[in-house]
Design a protein around this ligand. Structure first.
Ligand SMILES: [Zn+2]
Length: 367
C-alpha cells in the first residue's frame, strides 16, 4: 500500500535522554509517576515491537537497550533509518509548532529521501507579525499569509487548542477585527488565542484557497477535548460548503465516527485517524475499521501526526498498513468486498486522495 503522510511534523535533531524520549511518546505534559514509564502503553509496546528491528535490535527490545542503541547510532542515523523504513511517497509537514527544535522541510527531505511539502500554521503566521497597529492587523495578516504560503500545499488551524471548535462560524467584520487586534496587542500577547482574531485567521485561510487542515479530537492537555468534537464546527462547514476549499479534519479520535458523518454529508470535508493509530497500537485495526464506516472512501486519508520521534513516522505507516490490510482483507475473504475494490480503496486512502486534494506533483522530484 503506497502512502502519503498528509500531516506530520519534523523529527528532533538532538540526542534524547530517557525523560526526553518518554515525553515525546505521550500526549501528557507530565512525566509518569516515579518508578513508572510512559512506554507502558499501547504506543510504547508498538514502538518497541516495530522500531527496534529498524535499529538492529530484536522485536520488543527492553526500553533501556532501545535507548542505548538510539544513543549509539546518533540522531541523524536514527532519523534516516526510521524515516526511510516508513516507506512513504511524501511527507506534508506542519512547520509551525516548535519548528526550531525539529528538522525543517529540507532536513526531512535529505534524511527521508522523499519529497516533503510544507503545511503553514495560521496562528504561527499571526504570532510572527511585526506590526503594532490594530487598524493594520487584518490586511497585514492576509499579506503575511500570502507570503508564508507561497510554496505550501495547505494551511492548518489549531483553533481547537486556542479556543475550541464551538467557535462562531461567521466571518468577523473589519471593525470587530480591529477592536480585537487592539486588545490583543495591548496585552502584549505572543500567543494567538483571541476568538475573533482566530476566526479572522481561519477565514483568511479559506480565502487563500489551499486545503485547510483543522486539528480535531484528542491532543495534549492544552486543549479541552469536550470542545474538540468536529460536530461542533458544523456551522463553519455549512458556511464554507460553497467556497471551493477543502477542509481536512485531522485525527478526530475519539470523534472519528462523527467526522465520518461530516465527510459523508459535506462535499468538501475529509478525515483521517492519524495520531490515534499510533496511540492505540495493537487496537489500530478497530479504529481504522471505524474510520471506514460512514466516510466515503474518496474522503479518507492517511496521516501519522508524528512529532519529534521518527519512530512515530515509521510506526504510523506500519500500523496503518497492517490495520487497513487486516480490515479490508477480512471483508474480501467474507465475500463482502471484491479484491479489486479493496485494492482501489487502498490506493485512494493511502495516497490517491492526498495527491488529488493537495494537487501534489511528486514525479521526478527526488529533492
Ligand atoms: Zn499535528
Amino acid at each position: 500500500m503506497r502512502l502519503i503522510d498528509h500531516h506530520c511534523h519534523g523529527a528532533v535533531t538532538v540526542p534524547l535522554d530517557r525523560d526526553g524520549f518518554e515525553s515525546l511518546a505521550t500526549e501528557s505534559d507530565r512525566p509518569a509517576p516515579p518508578g513508572c514509564s510512559t512506554l507502558d502503553s499501547q504506543l510504547g509496546f508498538a514502538l518497541r515491537r516495530w522500531c527496534a528491528p529498524v535499529l538492529g535490535l530484536d522485536p520488543h527490545a527492553p526500553p533501556a537497550d532501545y535507548l542505548a542503541r538510539r544513543r549509539e547510532l546518533g540522531p541523524d542515523e536514527v532519523n534516516r533509518r526510521l524515516l526511510r523504513a516508513a516507506d512513504v511517497d511524501a511527507f506534508l509537514v506542519d512547520t509551525g509548532y516548535r519548528g526550531d527544535e525539529l528538522l525543517d522541510t529540507q532536513g526531512m527531505t535529505s534524511l527521508a529521501g522523499v519529497p516533503v511539502r510544507e503545511v503553514v500554521r495560521l496562528e504561527t503566521v499571526a504570532e510572527s507579525l511585526s506590526g503594532n497597529s490594530a487598524e493594520g492587523f487584518a490586511d497585514e495578516y492576509v499579506t503575511a499569509l500570502e507570503r508564508a504560503t507561497a510554496g505550501a500545499v495547505a494551511v492548518k488551524s489549531v483553533i481547537a487548542y486556542r479556543y475550541g471548535l464551538d467557535f462562531d462560524p461567521a466571518r468577523p467584520g473589519r471593525r470587530e477585527v480591529t477592536r480585537a487586534a487592539g486588545r490583543w496587542l495591548r496585552l502584549g500577547r505572543t500567543r494567538m488565542d483571541d476568538p475573533v482574531l482566530l476566526r479572522h485567521l481561519l477565514w483568511a485561510g479559506v480565502d487563500r484557497g489551499l486545503p485547510v487542515q483543522v486539528h480535531t479530537g484528542f491532543g495534549d492537555p492544552d486543549l479541552d477535548l469536550a470542545r474538540c468534537d468536529p460536530l461542533r464546527m458544523t456551522g463553519f462547514l455549512r458556511a464554507t460548503r460553497d467556497r471551493d476549499v477543502d477542509v481536512m479534519l485531522l485525527h478526530c479520535y475519539p470523534y472519528h465516527r462523527q467526522a465520518g458523518y461530516l465527510a459523508q454529508v459535506f462535499p468538501h470535508v475529509y478525515v483521517d485517524v492519524g495520531l490515534a493509530v499510533n496511540h492505540v497500537g495493537a487496537r489500530a485495526a478497530e479504529v481504522v475499521a471505524e474510520s471506514l464506516e460512514l466516510a466515503p472512501f474518496h474522503k479518507v486519508l492517511y496521516s501519522s501526526d508524528a512529532f519529534g520521534l521518527a519512530e512515530l513516522h515509521h510506526l504510523g505507516a506500519v500500523l496503518f498498513r497492517q490495520a487497513f490490510d487486516a480490515v479490508t482483507g477480512a471483508w474480501v475473504r467474507e465475500g463482502r468486498w471484491s479484491a479489486a475494490d479493496a485494492a482501489r480503496v487502498a490506493e485512494l486512502v493511502g495516497s490517491g486522495n492526498a495527491r488529488r486534494v493537495y494537487r501534489l506533483e511528486l514525479n521526478g522530484d527526488h529533492a
